[in-house]
Design a protein around this ligand. Structure first.
Ligand SMILES: Cc1cc2nc3c(=O)[nH]c(=O)nc-3n(C[C@H](O)[C@H](O)[C@H](O)COP(=O)(O)OP(=O)(O)OC[C@H]3O[C@@H](n4cnc5c(N)ncnc54)[C@H](O)[C@@H]3O)c2cc1C
Length: 461
């Protein structure tokens, strides 16, 4: 047998969502694979993203459930919440899941290096701790990202980001969250649900930029009703200590005094200090790695997947890109990831579930559209007495009758939209939605019973 030219066929940098999936599947397809990770296995999603976040979302949802239960005859007086218990239980589970990610790699025969990787040249990885150099035919960069810290703003070293929010020693009684994206809104609801006084400060005119306008309006109205302080068109100027609290001062001069100030102002790709520039890998001004449709960088044997490429920064997208990468290199041949009709949820209370085009995007793409929209009070709240409305909206192509987008604001919207995404992926028309018999009594039945067109819109110009 010919000796191998390189130590491995594939070296993966980063054992997060994308890296673990690509490493495991490539190994199962017969490649000799190594992976480097310098933190816990599982990456952002498992350690400081989706999973711990959803556990906190569950924890915070009990407050409203307890309130709502009264109208159904329950008495739950004296219910108490203990933050350290939640954090300890959460950490235990994260350690378990992280261990499972490591085992998956081990079982697939992937060589694991618990070390920080540096790209020395197109075929050589230098491991920082051990000082070893390892060669591979193909390199895959799956290093993810980290929360932006706005270091140019005075006093932001006093603030936390989502990374630290998972490890606060005690539950803040008051928190100011800077940002208007999904992470800011989810944490705002988490802390609000746990009883904290929450202020949300966002530089834009409306939260959740890029989402359908009706979702943005519905969420904003709901937050106002629940007693969040939402400050829009407001920019943080500086933070300063004030006794045991932090004072956040806005450019407008307004101030917020809070136990904790959290920055949720976007994420940056982990590309600095990785040796990419010297190797000639092209990057955008944002630091994201440029890739072609097969996730290949400007250096032919170096690929990149997941958040570091800044395509769609979601776990299932990183997993999908990983599968396509493995198929392209070690499977059936070139397979490009499909980024169309990716459903997503925002775990506020109630939730947002969305797939496909917003009304604005459909118009911008030249579609003449029919809008079907309904807003209603869920059955549960007739007895709970909660003043909460749900909203569902279909954006339909007026010419082809194809459903271009579905936007849901209501309980379990994330669960619902996953299934709607299948219908949209199959190219379902509004007539096919209408021909589907409802499940009763559910909220989802509204999706197949919205009969009244609320508007028809044509693209400008
Ligand atoms: C608070 C929060 C909530 C989120 N919620 C959701 C959600 O509900 N749904 C959803 O789909 N997505 C969610 N996301 C996004 C999701 O977590 C990411 O899209 C996903 O983790 C990206 O995977 P990745 O493989 O690209 O990178 P990551 O998971 O970030 O993994 C990168 C790994 O590379 C390692 N690494 C970096 N540099 C090196 C190096 N030089 N050497 C060795 N190792 C290195 C890092 O330690 C890390 O483990 C959330 C993110 C955050 C922050």
């Amino acid at each position: 047998m010919m000796p191998h030219k390189f130590d491995f066929d594939l070296f993966v940098i980063g054992a997060g969502s994308g890296g673990v999936r690509a490493g495991r599947v490539s190994a199962q397809m017969g490649a000799r694979v190594a992976i480097a990770e310098d933190d816990q296995f599982g990456g952002t999603c498992v350690v400081r993203g989706c999973i711990p976040k959803k556990l906190l979302v569950y924890a915070s949802s009990f407050a409203e459930e307890f309130e709502d239960s009264r109208g159904f005859g329950w008495n739950v007086e004296g219910a108490r919440f203990d933050w350290p218990t939640l954090i300890a239980n959460k950490d235990k589970d994260i350690t378990r899941i992280s261990g499972a990610y490591r085992s998956v790699l081990d079982n697939a025969g992937v060589a694991i290096f618990e070390d920080r990787a540096f790209i020395k040249d197109a075929h050589t990885i230098h491991l920082k701790k051990s000082g070893r150099d390892i060669t591979a035919e193909t390199l895959l960069v799956a290093t993810g990202g980290y929360p932006s810290r706005e270091t140019e703003i005075e006093g932001t070293e006093l603030c936390i980001t989502s990374d630290e929010a998972f490890h606060l020693k005690k539950l803040p009684r008051s928190i100011a969250i800077i940002g208007g994206g999904y992470i800011a809104l989810e944490f705002a609801h988490i802390f609000h649900g746990m009883g904290a006084e929450v202020s949300l400060v966002y530089r834009g005119p409306k939260v959740l930029r890029g989402f359908d306008e009706d979702l943005r309006d519905a969420l904003h109205a709901s937050m106002e009703r629940k007693g969040f302080r939402v400050m829009l068109d407001t920019v943080l100027a500086r933070c300063e200590p004030d006794g045991s609290k932090i004072r956040a001062v806005m450019i407008s001069g307004e101030t917020i005094l809070a136990d904790v100030v959290m920055l949720a102002v976007g994420r940056r790709p982990s590309t600095t200090g990785l040796g990419l520039e010297a190797t000639g890998v092209a990057m955008r001004r944002t630091g994201h790695i440029e890739v072609d449709r097969y996730s290949r960088t400007s250096v032919p044997n170096i690929y990149a997947i997941g958040d570091v490429t800044g395509r769609l920064e979601l776990t299932p997208v990183a997993l999908h890109e990983a599968m396509c990468f493995a198929k392209t290199l070690y499977g059936d041949g070139p397979t490009a990831p499909d980024h169309e009709l990716v459903a997503t949820a925002v775990f506020t209370r109630p939730e947002i579930g969305t797939v496909g085009m917003s009304e604005a995007k459909a118009l911008a793409r030249g579609h003449t559209i029919d809008i079907y929209k309904t807003s209603f009070r869920p059955l549960k709240h007739t007895l709970s007495g909660r003043d909460e409305r749900s909203m569902m909206k279909l954006v339909v192509d007026a010419k082809t009758d194809k459903v271009l987008g579905c936007h849901i604001f209501g309980p379990e919207a994330g669960e619902m939209v996953q299934l709607v995404a299948i219908a949209l992926k199959l190219g379902a028309t509004k007539a096919q939605f209408d021909a589907t018999v409802a499940v009763h009594p559910t909220m989802a039945e509204e999706l197949v019973t919205i009969r009244t067109k609320t508007a028809t819109r044509t693209p400008a110009g």
